[in-house]
Write a protein that binds this ligand. Structure first.
Ligand SMILES: NC(=O)c1ccc[n+]([C@@H]2O[C@H](COP(=O)([O-])OP(=O)(O)OC[C@H]3O[C@@H](n4cnc5c(N)ncnc54)[C@H](OP(=O)(O)O)[C@@H]3O)[C@@H](O)[C@H]2O)c1
Length: 263
């Protein structure tokens, strides 16, 4: 895939573009279509180019990344203005059929990345609707430049992924707010130190999981009998934090499915 074009250049497109450039892709091969001046300016700073409908450049892949309310109209613009487009759609909610029914010839897939793609730490779920095998492999290779890619075999799993992993960073930020409160006091309000502490905490957790995937082992390694960790964990358990967290994940999955049925 030589040239790719982002149709809609907001939050998620900027994260993916930054990740792709960070991985070595040349900004010269990245194009965008966006009507929002603020986003246009941000994209120009990344040195990617605005794509005009009369431009004679061959786009190998369109990445559709507009809000669900704008998606069908934007998709129609792509299939009307560009010849034989291939489309990777990042839009939450709307099922493949809604797009593919408009033109059965278009190679189409859904991908659900998250904003950590910006640092090459993205997690992208992918559901293929109609991409041919060789082209699919090329899209997977492209997305692997910004993190890991999980292919799902049912489109409904994209909704589950959206609620758990797409929204996932926000849940960790939410938990970190409790740490931040405590740390501000411990570190005499020094925001820089508080931030550094939170970063190492999260990075350390990530590296531990990378080295040993057994979460019980990892908990046991921190816990000692009648110690502080045990007291904290016992309190979490008696307050049903685990159940409450799982309920939150289920609420997000439910909402993702509801959105999916709204379109
Ligand atoms: N943000 C995430 O973490 C994330 C993760 C995975 C998937 N997604 C999905 O990605 C999609 C985009 O999310 P986002 O947060 O990046 O949205 P966003 O920040 O609002 O970006 C969308 C951009 O597309 C522009 N746009 C809409 N229709 C257009 C059209 N027809 N022609 C040209 N530009 C157009 C919008 O302009 P206006 O502002 O003028 O409307 C806006 O600049 C959503 O469907 C979301 O479900 C988001």
């Amino acid at each position: 895939m030589k040239n790719i074009a982002f149709y809609g250049g907001g939050n998620i497109s900027q994260a993916v573009i930054e990740g792709l450039i960070f991985s070595g892709l040349s900004p010269k091969n990245i194009f965008f279509v966006d009507r929002n001046t603020k986003n246009q300016n941000k994209l120009k700073k990344l040195k990617v180019r605005s794509l005009k409908t009369n431009q004679k450049v061959k786009i190998d892949l369109f990445i559709l990344a507009v809000k669900p309310k704008d998606a069908i109209e934007a998709y129609q613009e792509i299939i009307t203005n560009f010849k034989n487009p291939k489309v990777a759609c990042l839009v939450a909610g709307i099922k493949s059929k809604k797009y593919t029914n408009l033109d059965k010839e278009v190679e189409f897939l859904r991908a659900m990345p998250n904003t950590s793609s910006r640092f090459g730490l993205g997690i992208t779920a992918l559901y293929n609707s109609s991409f041919k095998k060789t082209n699919l492999l090329k899209v997977v290779a492209l997305l692997k430049k910004i993190g890991i890619v999980i292919k799902v075999d049912k489109e409904s799993k994209i909704d589950e992924f959206t609620g758990t992993i797409g929204s996932g960073p926000a849940y960790f930020f939410y938990l970190l707010q409790s740490y931040e409160k405590k740390l501000m006091n411990i570190c005499n309000g020094d925001k820089k130190i508080v931030r550094a502490v939170m970063v190492n905490l999260i990075k350390g957790v990530g590296t531990s999981v990378e080295n040993n995937g057994n979460l019980n082992d990892l908990i046991e390694a921190v816990k000692s009998k009648k110690g502080t960790t045990e007291a904290g964990l016992k309190s979490f358990q008696s307050n049903k934090l685990g159940i409450s967290f799982e309920k939150g994940l289920n609420a997000a999955i439910k909402r993702s499915k509801e959105i999916s049925n709204e379109f």
